[in-house]
Design a protein around this ligand. Structure first.
Ligand code: NAD
Ligand code: UGA
Length: 462
C-alpha cells in the first residue's frame, strides 16, 4: 500500500513540525495539516516565515521549502479527511479539569471528536495514526467509534507517539533516537497498514531506528519515556536541596554520577523545576491509569516525581523571599526567561509562572524579559493559573533585558537562554539596588565571576 495523501488533524507543536518534515522528506506525498483554529492556520500560511505560530530552530526553512508544493495548512478538516489515505491525529490531550479523573486523567474529548468526524466523513478506507500522547488502550476506544459510526469503510489504527522535544524539534524529527510504530500484525491488511507508515519514515530514517511493537506497548512506551525523563530531573532536583545544606555542589555530583555509563550524563541538570505541556500531564495520566487498575504502589511511586517538582518551584520562590530579608513586598524582582526551556516560545507549565505567582502573592513587583515570549502570553499564563481571574497588576513584561533589571533588588533566571550568559553583567549590577541578588534557577552563570562583580549569587544545589 503506497500512501499518496496524508492528513494531520491538529496544527500544534507536534502536528506542524512533524508534518513539515514528512512533507520535506516525502515530496511525492501530499500532506495537509488541518486545524479548527483559524488564526493558527493563518499563521502557518503567513508569507513572513518569522510569523509561524511556533518558534523552533530550523523550522521556518523546512516550511519554506515544502509549503504550497506538497505541504498545505487548511481549516477544511472534512475535505482533508476525505482525500487522505492516512490520517494522523495530533490534537491536544490535556489533563481533565472536570468530572471523573479531574486533575489527573487525560481529557480525550478532542480525540473522540476527531474519531467521530473521521467516521462521519470517510468514504474510503483509511489508516488512522495516533500521534497524540494517549492513555494505554485508547486505540480500542478509537476502533469502536470508527467501526460503529463509520460508513462501512475499513479503518486500521496505528500508534505512532512523538518523542520530539521542543527547542530541538526539527533536529529530533530528522535524526531522532527512534520512531515507534505500534500496530496489530494479525492480518495481511493490518501488516500492510503498518508497513505503509514504516515506508514513510524510511524515506530518511535508518531501518534500525524504526521500532515496531503491538499497539498497547507503543501507547504505554510514550508515557513511560516521559515518566523516566521527568524522574531524572526530580531525582537530581531532590539532590540539589541536599547539596545546599551540605556544601556539596549539584553540578559536580551530576558529573560524577553521570560518568557511570549505566546512568549516563543527559537529563541531570538541576533546575527550578521541569515545565512543558507534557511531563506533568503524562505522569498524572500514568498515575490515574495505575490507580484505575488498583495499582496504588505504582501510582504513588510516580506521583512522587510531581510532588518533588512542585516542591522545587515553591522552594525557589521561598528562597528568594527569605534571602531578601523575609519580605519582597514592593520590591522589584527581574525575571530573565519565561519559556519552559530555551529555544521555544512555549510557556505551558513553565516554572516561571508558578514562581511569579508565589512572589506576586508576596506583593513583589515583577518585570520579565524573554527573547521569544510575547507579553500578552505572560499575562494570560497567570490568569489561567488563577482560574481566569484577574491577577495582581504588578507584572511588567519588558522588551529590553537591561530595562527589566534596572532598579531591581534581585534577578531570577528562569530559562536557560544562551544570550543571558553574554549580557553585560557589570552594567546590570551597576543599575540594581544594593545588595544585588542573583538567583540562577538554571545554573548558567559563573558563580565566581558574578561574585567578583558584586552579586550575591544563589544557584540551584550550590
Ligand atoms: P497543541 O495544543 O499545540 O496543538 C493541538 C492542536 O489541535 C490545536 O491547534 C487545536 O486547535 C487542534 N485541535 C483540537 N481539536 C481539534 C479538532 N477536533 N479538529 C481540528 N483541530 C483540532 O498540542 P501539541 O503540543 O501539538 O500536542 C499534541 C499532542 O502531542 C498531545 O497529546 C501531546 O501530549 C503530544 N506531544 C506533544 C509534544 C510537544 O513537544 N508539545 C511532544 C510529543 C508529544
Ligand atoms: C519532553 C521529552 O523530552 C520529549 O521526548 C517528549 O516528546 C516531550 O516531552 C513531550 O511528550 O511533550 P520537552 O518537554 O519539549 O520534551 O522538553 P525537555 O527537553 O524534555 O524538557 C522538559 C523540562 O525539563 C524543561 O522545563 C527543562 O528545562 C527541564 N529539564 C530538562 C531540566 O530541568 N533538567 C534537565 O536535565 C533536563
Amino acid at each position: 500500500m503506497k500512501v499518496k495523501n496524508i492528513c494531520c488533524i491538529g496544527a500544534g507543536y507536534v502536528g506542524g513540525p512533524t508534518m513539515s518534515v514528512i512533507a520535506q522528506k516525502c515530496p511525492e506525498v501530499k500532506v495537509t495539516v488541518v486545524d479548527i483554529n483559524e488564526e493558527r492556520i493563518a499563521q502557518w500560511n503567513s508569507d513572513d516565515l518569522d510569523d509561524l505560530p511556533i518558534y523552533e530552530p530550523g523550522l521556518a526553512e523546512v516550511v519554506g521549502e515544502a509549503r504550497n508544493k506538497n505541504l498545505f495548512f487548511s481549516t477544511d478538516v472534512d475535505g482533508a479527511i476525505k482525500e487522505a489515505d492516512m490520517i494522523f491525529i495530533s490534537v491536544n490531550t490535556p489533563t481533565k479539569t472536570y468530572g471523573i479523573g479531574k486533575g489527573m486523567a487525560a481529557d480525550l474529548k478532542y480525540i473522540e471528536l476527531c474519531a467521530r468526524q473521521i467516521a462521519r466523513v470517510a468514504d474510503t478506507d483509511k489508516i488512522v495514526v495516533e500521534k497524540s500522547t494517549l492513555p494505554v488502550r485508547t486505540a480500542a476506544a478509537l476502533k469502536s467509534i470508527l467501526h460503529h459510526t463509520g460508513n462501512g469503510v475499513n479503518f486500521h489504527i496505528l500508534s505512532n507517539p512523538e518523542f520530539l522535544a521542543e527547542g530541538t524539534a526539527v533536529q529530533d524529527l530528522l535524526d531522532g533516537d527512534r520512531v515507534l510504530i505500534g500496530g496489530d500484525q494479525k492480518t495481511e491488511e493490518s501488516k500492510a497498514a503498518m508497513q505503509a507508515l514504516v515506508d514513510i519514515y524510511a524515506h530518511w530514517m535508518k531501518p534500525e531506528q524504526i521500532l515496531t511493537t503491538n499497539v498497547w506497548s507503543s501507547e504505554l512506551s510514550k508515557l513511560t519515556a516521559n515518566a523516566f525523563l521527568a524522574q531524572r530531573v526530580s531525582s537530581i532536583n531532590a539532590m540539589s536541596e541536599l547539596c545546599e545544606v551540605t556544601d556539596a555542589d549539584v553540578s559536580e555530583v551530576a558529573r560524577a554520577v553521570g560518568s557511570d555509563s549505566r546512568i549516563g550524563p543527559k537529563f541531570l541538570k538541576a533546575s527550578v523545576g521541569f515545565g512543558g505541556s507534557c511531563f506533568q500531564k503524562d505522569i498524572l495520566n500514568l498515575v490515574y491509569i495505575a490507580k484505575s487498575y488498583g495499582l496504588h504502589e505504582v501510582a504513588d511511586y510516580w506521583e512522587q516525581v510531581i510532588i518533588m517538582n512542585d516542591h522545587q518551584k515553591r522552594r525557589f520562590a521561598r528562597n528568594i523571599v527569605q534571602t531578601l530579608f523575609n519580605t519582597v513586598s514592593g520590591k522589584k524582582i527581574a525575571f530573565l526567561g519565561w519559556a519552559f526551556k530555551k529555544d521555544t516560545n512555549d510557556t505551558r507549565e513553565s516554572a516561571a509562572i508558578y514562581v511569579a505567582n508565589d512572589l506576586l502573592e508576596e506583593k513583589a513587583e515583577i518585570s520579565v524579559f524573554d527573547p521569544k515570549v510575547k507579553p500578552h502570553q505572560m499575562h494570560s499564563d497567570l490568569e489561567y493559573l488563577n482560574g481566569g481571574d484577574q491577577y495582581n497588576e504588578t507584572l511588567n513584561a519588558e522588551t529590553d533585558p537591561y530595562e527589566a533589571c534596572k532598579d531591581a533588588h534581585a534577578i531570577a533566571i528562569l530559562t536557560e537562554w544562551d544570550e543571558f550568559v553574554d549580557y553585560d553583567w557589570k552594567k546590570i549590577h551597576a543599575n540594581m539596588k544594593k545588595p544585588a541578588f542573583l538567583f540562577d534557577g538554571r545554573n548558567i552563570l559563573n558563580r565566581d565571576k558574578m561574585e567578583k562583580l558584586g552579586f550575591i549569587y544563589r544557584g540551584i544545589g550550590k
